[in-house]
Ligand binder design. Structure first.
Ligand SMILES: NC(=O)c1ccc[n+]([C@@H]2O[C@H](COP(=O)([O-])OP(=O)(O)OC[C@H]3O[C@@H](n4cnc5c(N)ncnc54)[C@H](O)[C@@H]3O)[C@@H](O)[C@H]2O)c1
Length: 351
């Protein structure tokens, strides 16, 4: 029986409470400390937490008995009973906490999008590399069972060449769902463009590599102060493949959350939508695989399991941060494309 990884969790909002409950049920983890600036959360009262991707609220009180409870995340990082620092605070705070944890030599799980800008994300990636300390970004869609399954079918060659791929991530309005409404301030969250759409950008990058250029269309300030709340982008690979992604948190709160894809390949089409996951073969066969593993209903569970398994076995988790930095660079190119109403060439940009 392996010794559980001692976890310190900074930020007990929607994602922090989600991670907390996953660690609690995991044999390779023991949460030893939590930190939050909100006194109610430090008492375990998370009744104000709202789900922001339509997966249900995490408002059941948290039992923090026996844990060290800090107001300042830096105190948690200094706690000798903490082996792994899990950062679930608003995006604009990721950079400082991640750098502090890495400087202390502690492995990090930092929620997506790793940092508010590609420059800050690069600094985190460089700090992790220089310190030789594992640092994983919470790019949970990489671990979402249907996405991971589809990626493997393409990467293995079984699906054949990708001819077109379309992705959607549409959330109901998240105004009022975050601590001090930080989602609604572009300078803090990056708007739906960074916070939400990044998942699909990262997946596109995983599937096909860096695009040569992007052409994006977007609308600012539908819900947030002036963030891009709805985006549609074409990723050009210079070979005729048609790749698009749409991201939004603009529809009203009554709208169901949607994440979906349709990847049309030479041998098969991979479809994931609210009616399930299907593989439609060119020879007429239809498969309905269930790639979800028992006890791991979401990508968050798979992601954390991978991290704990890696750390327990003395391995670094498989999450090259360079890839995440590149995905944020693509998002920034999309913002530039929306602003200038021009196609933005990525191959000429410095990485
Ligand atoms: N992977 C996913 O699917 C997913 C989904 C939602 C959110 N997220 C990410 O998770 C992170 C947190 O988002 P959220 O939805 O949980 O936000 P939230 O507003 O629900 O929670 C943020 C928490 O951080 C606390 N906090 C604020 N400043 C702090 C500080 N200086 N020190 C300690 N605690 C502080 C707040 O009190 C709050 O409890 C963001 O990076 C977000 O993009 C990821």
């Amino acid at each position: 029986m392996k010794t559980p990884v001692r976890v310190g969790l900074i930020g007990l909002g929607f994602m922090g409470t989600t991670h907390f409950r996953i660690y609690q049920a995991h044999p390779l983890a023991r949460v030893t400390a939590v930190a939050d600036v909100d006194p109610a959360k430090r008492r375990g009262d998370v009744s104000a937490v709202k789900a922001n991707i339509g997966e249900g609220d995490n408002t059941e009180p948290m039992d923090l008995t026996g844990l060290q409870v800090y107001e300042d995340g830096l105190d948690l990082i200094r706690d000798p009973e903490v082996d792994l620092v899990d950062i679930c605070v608003p995006v604009y705070l990721h950079h400082s906490f991640a750098l502090a944890a890495l400087a202390a030599g502690k492995p990090v799980l930092c929620e997506k999008p790793l940092a508010r800008t590609a420059k800050e994300a690069r600094e985190i990636a460089d700090a992790a590399e220089q310190a030789g300390v594992p640092c994983m970004a919470g790019m949970c869609v990489r671990y979402w069972p249907e996405y991971a399954h589809a990626l493997e079918l393409v990467r293995s060659g079984a699906a054949g060449r990708v001819r077109s791929a379309a992705f959607k991530r549409i959330s109901p309005d998240v105004d009022g769902n975050s601590w001090q409404n930080w989602f609604m301030q572009e300078s803090l969250s990056g708007g739906a463009l960074l916070d939400l759409h990044l998942h699909d950008v990262d997946f596109v990058r995983q599937l096909l590599g860096m695009p040569q250029s992007v052409t994006a269309f977007g609308v600012r300030g539908i819900r947030s102060d002036h963030g891009i709340d709805h985006v549609m982008t074409r990723y050009d690979y210079g070979d005729g493949t048609l790749v698009t992604a749409e991201g939004s948190w603009a529809p009203p709160k009554t709208t169901p959350f949607e994440m979906s894809f349709q990847i049309i390949c030479e041998n098969m089409t991979l479809r994931f939508a609210s009616d399930g996951y299907r593989i439609l073969h060119e020879d007429g066969r239809i498969e309905t695989p269930s790639p979800t593993k028992p006890g791991m209903p979401t990508g968050w569970h798979v992601e954390i399991d991978h991290l704990l398994d890696s750390l327990s076995n003395g391995r670094a988790p498989q999450m090259p941060l360079d890839e995440v930095v590149e995905a944020i660079q693509v998002v920034e190119a999309e913002a530039e494309s929306i602003e200038t109403q021009q196609t933005v060439n990525l191959s000429s940009k410095e990485r």
